[in-house]
Design a protein around this ligand. Structure first.
Ligand code: ACO
Length: 427
């Protein structure tokens, strides 16, 4: 039996169908609304608007649940590799051993980038932010490796190319920014270890792979691999909806991720914690600023559009944070400040009334610092992790029979029609 919602407007009754998801979520289908009533809906920030159906990721913000293709994030973080997780998101199922081996071969074969691309890096101003560079480089890949997107096998080629080369490009940008020799990918190393080696190996000090560091990075990337229709993923879908190529869509997603309210928050958290440390301030200083409505300051790494309880990823990354510091016998004063800040915030009515809890970015920066990643590369690390999700969402959207060019509407509030005034007659 179909369920509908009745809407009455100017004496006209309209029945709008309700769509149900497999986990019981409900949406009013308004696709006929404007045609039948002349009305549109208004939803700044799209907080109440679904733009697609999707079978990739499920999250319940009230209960703090996150699942990729049905599998809880906790199980993936504990048992899966990042490569398996990427395969799962993109192909819908975990790979068999044979499928995983084939996937690994493809990733290895496509890990090198055209030598001419190094010229781009060399000519970027040294102070450029790595996110700006990476986003531009991903777009530039299209010129070196024409996109093939008709057959499944061709799409796979572009997809594995992107998944593999993004690591090489990110590590390359770091090496070149330091004026160091670029380290090439190695086929004997797995996905995470290969990236770490490209980042940190040097002719004067060979990089020793530390399994604890590899594990921390693996979990960090798995936790970031997808998060349904967030700002950057929606950007990828919107750009893809014009049938722009995959590289352009991913590059736009990266630009959206860069912002401090989204993926840039991991860098902003460390900057905030550093600010507290350098001022010798108490955490109450940051809390008071965050509560002050006349101050634009926000507690970075706190709050989330969907999670109104603990972000399940934050719980996992907090544990990883403690483990990696302990195993590497490191102490980080920023961790002490972060823990004190979290404890104090969770006692404040302001944060509790607004359901503001630590999100994944609150502790992830400290994990990345422990691995040795420079602060301005944090969002790049997030982008590498998010790539499988962006690809899966893009692929789902281009095959969705109901997917249309994204083109929202507006309510115009500007002047009514008026005459053009020649320049000499203007007052
Ligand atoms: N510090 C202080 N107050 C906050 C914070 C914060 N971090 N986040 C939200 N609030 C307050 C707002 O001022 C607002 O208060 P009001 O109702 O009195 O006006 C209320 O909480 C609701 O905030 P909104 O901005 O409407 O919530 P929204 O869902 O749009 O924002 C967001 C979510 C952008 C993540 C926000 O919580 C924020 O800015 N957090 C800090 C940045 C951050 O950590 N971003 C990473 C998110 S996770 C990710 O993208 C990977």
């Amino acid at each position: 039996m179909s369920v509908t919602v009745k809407m009455v407007f100017e004496g006209q009754t309209l029945e709008l169908p309700v769509i149900f998801g497999s986990e019981g979520e409900r949406a009013i289908d308004i696709s006929e609304l404007r045609r039948k009533t002349g009305l549109i809906t208004m939803d700044p920030g799209l907080a109440n608007t679904g733009t697609c159906t999707s079978s990739i990721t499920f999250m319940d913000g009230e209960k703090g649940i996150l699942r990729y293709r049905g599998i809880p994030i906790e199980q993936l973080a504990r048992q899966a590799t990042f490569k398996e997780t990427a395969y799962l998101l993109i192909n819908g199922e975990l790979p068999t051993r044979k499928e995983l081996n084939r996937f690994s071969v493809l990733l290895n074969d496509r890990s090198l980038v055209h030598e001419d691309m190094q010229g781009f890096f060399q000519n970027y101003p040294r102070a450029s932010h790595p996110m700006g560079i990476l986003s531009a480089m991903i777009n530039a890949l299209r010129s070196f490796y024409p996109e093939l997107q008709t057959l499944k096998e061709e799409i796979n080629m572009t997809v594995t190319r992107l998944l593999s080369k993004v690591r090489t490009l990110a590590a390359m940008s770091y090496k070149i920014s330091r004026g160091h020799k670029v380290v090439y990918p190695r086929s004997d190393l797995a996905y995470c270890a290969n990236f770490l080696n490209m980042m940190f190996d040097s002719p004067v000090r060979p990089y020793e792979i530390d399994e604890d560091v590899v594990k921390a990075l693996r979990i960090f990337w798995i936790l970031h691999a997808d998060h349904e229709q967030n700002c950057s993923t929606s950007t990828v879908r919107i750009v893809g909806s014009s049938r722009a190529n995959l590289y352009a869509a991913i590059s736009s997603g990266m630009a959206a991720l860069w912002g401090p309210l989204h993926g840039g928050a991991n860098q902003a958290v460390i900057e905030m914690l550093n600010q507290i440390k350098e001022r010798g301030a108490k955490v109450s200083w940051a809390l008071e600023k965050a509560k002050d409505k006349n101050d634009p300051f926000r507690l970075m790494g706190f709050g989330h559009r969907v999670y109104k309880t603990f972000d399940p990823r934050a719980k996992i990354i907090k544990k990883v944070c403690h483990q990696i510091l302990k195993k590497r016998k490191l102490s980080d004063p920023l961790l002490d400040i972060a823990m004190a800040l979290e404890e104090a915030a969770l006692k404040e009515d302001y944060f509790m009334e607004r359901h503001l809890y630590p999100n994944v970015d609150f502790y992830s920066g400290i994990v990345l610092r422990a691995i040795g990643i420079p602060t301005n590369m944090f969002t790049v690390m997030f982008a590498i992790g998010r790539l499988p999700g962006w690809i899966a969402q893009w692929e789902e959207s281009i095959h969705d029979p109901n997917w249309k060019l994204c083109r929202p509407r507006q309510i115009y509030t500007g002047p009514k029609a008026k005459e053009y005034v020649p320049i000499d007659e203007r007052g």
